[in-house]
Each structure stands twice: as structure tokens, then as C-alpha cells.
Design a protein around this ligand. Structure first.
Ligand code: SAJ
Length: 426
């Protein structure tokens, strides 16, 4: 069975969809990018991008310039459709952690209109187990004239698969090509056809399974990391109580050949690891105590850091006999990127400001040019450069391990009180 793809559509041109579109277009395949946001579509058609990711601007510019990538609001006929739209939580219902598939539903309904016999539909969005089957039902409902795997198995007109993205923000273009891909078709033929598509641009291995396992695999990867970070975060709190340097402890424990503890930090941020484990908890609430607890440990870490700040401010104020200046280094959810989504650092800074801890609050964030909207209302908070912050502050709180902060000369700190949530200055 050989399958050729003349035209591939990518539905959702965000952090995953756009780089995927550019990478497939670079293989000289016609790619149609579809997005509901007209500004995004217009920006891409000008050869520009609306997100920050190293080298993506050049790749998109070239793809558009050479005529292999074009963006549109309305789906057009294609041989394959890759859906990469968000899967947020529903608000309000079931403790706020129930996944909301409305964007997948809207995307399915919009492509259903242009589907034809022989087409492949792949879901890439991080999804709860069963989402691919649900998507196939939406497609079948919209197109009773076509047959789908849930009713016609290997003989279906349309092939349906799930293939999770696994790329690390900041390294997306390299990881899209080099990472192994898990491909879960609704039938073995669906998997095979999807694998043909991925092999066009993936140098890693394309490993075949079924759709439900592939869905769970993505959730498992991020939950694995979350649970392991929770372990490190819990250790950091225990060590503080027992007067032990957690960083030294972890580096010693990691010398054991079968121990590999991750790094404690101010909490877990981003739109993946802080979110995906809840999809498992929501699907199997009675069997997921560990995963739920890990989420709660990581979500509780910012409050623990705030208690450390309160103690440090009290000590500094008693030393100086006046209100002290606090410098917060970093706002992003991790090092050397500009992404503030679900950032524990941003949450901590906001709470320091809201609780009026100390006097003036100085914030240094090399990846941000203007004050994030959440912080604008605090008049005692200022976005400043590193040198100024270090010279003015009596309490220094390191929240993100940006390269710039790692290079600070520690001897310049004098008697300032340091709270190093990332173990950068030990
Ligand atoms: N963090 C720690 N300690 C650590 C490692 C990370 O506190 O030892 C924190 C980071 O500071 C950050 C958060 O965890 O706040 C998440 O950062 P990350 O670098 O671990 O992951 P993401 O969210 O940027 O990307 C993850 C990746 N998943 C895994 O590594 C299993 C990526 O491969 C996925 O594609 C991505 O989620 C996604 O889209 O799901």
C-alpha cells in the first residue's frame, strides 16, 4: 500500500501547527494552513510569524516565498488533515479540570465539508483518551456519504489516527524532525497511512500503536515529568526543614546508577506539564492518586516560595530598620524563552506585589519588553535591568535560571538576602 500526499492541511497554526506546516512545506509538499484567526492567516501569508520560536520566521518566510505554504480561514480539499488546535479545560464543571474538546469539534466539522474518499485525518492536539474516536464520530455524523473506521474498519473511505506532538518549546524545529513519533491509528491501515505522512519529514522512528494508547502515551510522558518534578519539589521543602542543601543532596543521590532526580524550582509552568496530568485524573479519578498529588505538590510550590520571601523580608527589614527593596529575577515559565503561560514565577511576583511584601519591587526579565498586563496595576512594581536591580535590592529572589542570571558574579551580593529557587548560585 503506497500513499502519496500532494496537499496537506494543518488545522490550527499555533506553537505546533505552524512549525509542522513549515517543516512539511520544506519537503516541497503543498501545505495549506488553516486558522480561525484572520490576523494569524494574514501574518503568515506575508511570510511572517505571530509566535516566538528560534528559526521559525526564516522557515515560514521561505515556505511562503517558494509557494509551498499558504494560510486560509476556510478549509480546502487536501489528501491529509492534521489537527493541532488547543484542548483547554472547561470552566466551572467538575473541579475545573475537565478537558474541553470544543476546538477539536469545530475543526472536525470544518474539515468534514471538504473530505473525500482516501483522505487521512490525524489528531495531534493533546487529548484525553477517546478523543480520536470522538472526532471520528463527529466526522461521520457530518459526512454520512463517506465511511469511517469505527463502522467499516480497514475498508473505510477515511483513515483516522492520533499522533501526539512531543516537541520542547525553544527546540521545536529540531525536535519535530528528530524525535520518534508514536502513531496510533484507529485500525492498522490507518496507522500505516499516517506513518507514510510522518516519514516525509520525521528522521526519528515512527512507532505504530492504536489511538487510545497513543493518546495515553502523550499524557503519560508529561505526567511522568510532573510526578518527578513534584518529588524534587517535595525534597526541597523537606530539606529546608531539616537544614540540608537540596541541590547537594540531589547531586549526590544522582550518583547512584539508577537514580535520576529532576530539579526543584518555584513550581511547574507552561501549557503542557501543568495541564496534561489532569486529563488522566479526570478520566480515571479513583485510580490516579499519585498523579493528582504530584499536581497539587507542584501547584503548591509558589505558596511555599512566598513564605520564604516573607521570612527574608522580615529579616532584612529588622536589619535595616525600614522597608526593603525586593528584586525578582525572571517571569517566564522556564529558562531562555519568552513564554509566560502558567508561569509560577509570574504568579509569585504578582502575589508579592498584591500582598505588599517589602517596599519597592523590581523585576528583571530579559525576554519581556513591557510589563505583563497582570502586573500593570501595581504602581510599586518596576521592570528594570539586572544591574540596577542588583544594586538596589536588599532581598534577591531568583525565579528563572536564564543564562543571564547564571552568569552573575556572586561576590557582588554582599549581605543581601538571596532566595535561589533554581539552585543556580550554590
Ligand atoms: N521544571 C522543573 N524542574 C525540572 C524540569 C522542569 O521545575 O527538573 C519546570 C520548568 O521550569 C517548567 C516546567 O517544569 O516550569 C515544564 O518545563 P519542561 O521543560 O519540563 O517542559 P515543557 O512544558 O516546556 O515541554 C514539555 C515536554 N515534555 C516532556 O519533557 C515530557 C515536551 O517534550 C512536550 O512536547 C511538551 O511538554 C508538550 O507540548 O506537551
Amino acid at each position: 500500500m503506497f500513499h502519496s500526499f500532494q496537499t496537506v492541511s494543518i488545522i490550527g497554526l499555533g506553537y505546533i501547527g505552524l512549525p509542522t506546516a513549515a517543516v512539511i512545506a520544506s519537503q516541497k509538499i503543498n501545505v495549506i494552513g488553516v486558522d480561525v484567526n484572520k490576523d494569524v492567516v494574514d501574518t503568515i501569508n506575508l511570510g511572517k510569524i505571530h509566535i516566538v520560536e528560534p528559526d521559525l520566521d526564516v522557515r515560514v518566510h521561505t515556505a511562503v516565498d517558494e509557494g509551498y505554504l499558504r494560510a486560509t480561514i476556510i478549509p480546502e480539499p487536501s489528501d491529509a488533515f492534521l489537527i493541532a488546535v488547543p484542548t483547554p479545560f472547561k470552566s466551572g464543571a467538575r473541579g475545573d479540570h475537565e478537558p474541553d474538546l470544543r476546538y477539536i469539534e469545530a475543526a472536525s466539522k470544518s474539515i468534514a465539508k471538504v473530505l473525500k474518499k482516501g483522505d487521512l485525518v490525524v489528531l495531534e492536539s493533546t487529548s484525553p483518551v477517546g478523543a480520536t474516536e470522538q472526532m471520528a464520530l463527529w466526522l461521520a455524523y457530518a459526512r454520512p456519504d463517506l465511511t469511517f473506521p469505527q463502522t467499516h474498519g480497514e475498508d473505510s473511505d477515511i483513515r483516522v489516527a492520533y499522533c501526539p506532538e512531543r516537541v520542547l518549546p525553544g527546540h521545536v524545529l529540531a525536535e519535530l524532525v528528530n524525535n520518534d513519533r508514536v502513531i496510533g491509528g484507529m485500525t492498522p491501515k490507518c496507522s500505516k497511512v499516517a506513518a507514510y505522512l510522518y516519514k516525509i519529514f520525521v528522521r526519528g522512528e515512527c512507532i505504530i500503536t492504536n489511538a487510545r494508547t497513543a493518546e495515553m502515551c502523550k499524557l503519560t510522558e508529561n505526567s511522568f515529568r510532573d510526578v518527578n518534578i513534584a518529588f524534587a519539589n517535595e525534597l526541597s521543602m523537606i530539606c529546608e526543614e531539616l537544614n540540608i542543601d537540596v541541590w547537594e543532596l540531589i547531586s549526590l543521590a544522582n550518583r547512584h546508577p539508577r537514580v535520576n532526580i529532576l530539579n526543584p524550582g518555584p513550581g511547574v509552568g507552561g501549557h503542557c506539564i501543568a495541564v496534561d496530568p489532569w486529563f488522566i485524573v479526570d478520566s480515571a479519578p479513583d485510580s490516579s492518586d499519585l498523579i493528582r498529588t504530584a499536581r497539587n505538590v507542584n501547584d503548591g510550590k509558589p505558596e511555599w516560595v512566598l513564605a520564604q520571601v516573607a521570612k527574608a523580608v522580615e529579616l532584612a527589614q529588622s536589619r535595616h530598620g525600614r522597608e526593603v527593596v525586593i528584586a525578582c529575577l525572571g517571569l517566564t515559565f522556564k529558562a531562555d524563552i519568552d513564554d509566560l503561560r502558567e508561569s509560577p514565577s509570574l504568579e509569585i511576583v504578582e502575589q508579592i506585589a498584591a500582598r505588599s511584601m517589602g517596599g519597592k519591587l523590581l523585576v528583571v526579565e530579559p525576554y519581556v519588553n513591557s510589563m505583563p498586563p497582570r502586573l500593570v496595576k501595581y504602581s510599586h512594581l518596576e521592570l528594570v535591568d539586572l544591574e540596577y536591580a542588583l544594586s538596589e535590592a536588599e532581598v534577591i529572589l531568583l525565579l528563572v535560571d536564564h543564562a543571564l542570571f547564571k552568569s552573575i558574579d556572586r561576590s557582588s551580593f554582599g549581605d543581601k538576602i538571596l532566595i535561589d529557587t533554581r539552585g543556580v548560585w550554590r
